[in-house]
Write a protein that binds this ligand. Sequence first.
Ligand SMILES: [Zn+2]
Length: 264
Amino acid sequence: MPSSVFAASCFADKKINQRPNCKSAWHANDAGMRFERRSEYAAAMFALGLWGGLQAELRAAEATHAKVSPVVIAVRYLDFRDPKTGKAISDAESVNTMVNEVSEVWAQCQVGFRLEAYDAIDPRQYGTGFSPVSFAELDHLREATENKRYLTMIGTGAWNRSGNLGHSGSNCYSSFPRDAADGIVCEAKVAKNPILHAHEAGHWLNLKHTNDPASDGVADTTAQNSEHDLMNHFVAPGNRLLTPGQCQRAREAITEWRQNTSIR
Ligand SMILES: [Zn+2]
């Protein structure tokens, strides 16, 4: 049963100076309120036995895309090592497990993800601290570690909320295909969270949030299916569905921008 909800807010998804859809920090409070309601909603779904219906919906979506040949994205994970203790936040095995779970979520689009490289790094080598404090620092980190052969995921120490990262409750950011700072960066407490990384991979593959289905550039997202959609602004464990239109848009993004990361 879903026990937690993460707010991967829209202003978390793009560079701070490229955030046209992101109004303000008030979303953080809003997220807290929605958290309550969504938890209650999930509990009610279980009580009504509707969870099985969602699973059936997922299977139907997978069947729809079964005819498309699969593509696998190479993932590189950079794991921050705490300069004080020398210890990394995660380890290769648990990161591999997480990436495999991301892959399971994306199987409905015939898109897979595979961990091809794992490095525990000293953040100081890339000109940043263990606990990043600003959007600029996260962007610099991704630019300094860029490698277009991979989807780069970075796990940092807990974010220092005294800077502009403190304006939201978000703890993961992703780039869109045209952004200069490429990749996904998450702070320690969600560094191995598969559903959140699957959501951020959606942005990396050019998917927008479905909360306003009219403006996400996908014809078949609706207010109804957004409730279970992976690209819902609020990422809960039960938000795993992608529509055929979203799958198509993501696969087109691979062809157009992410071909170098494709293993097959
Ligand atoms: Zn998002």
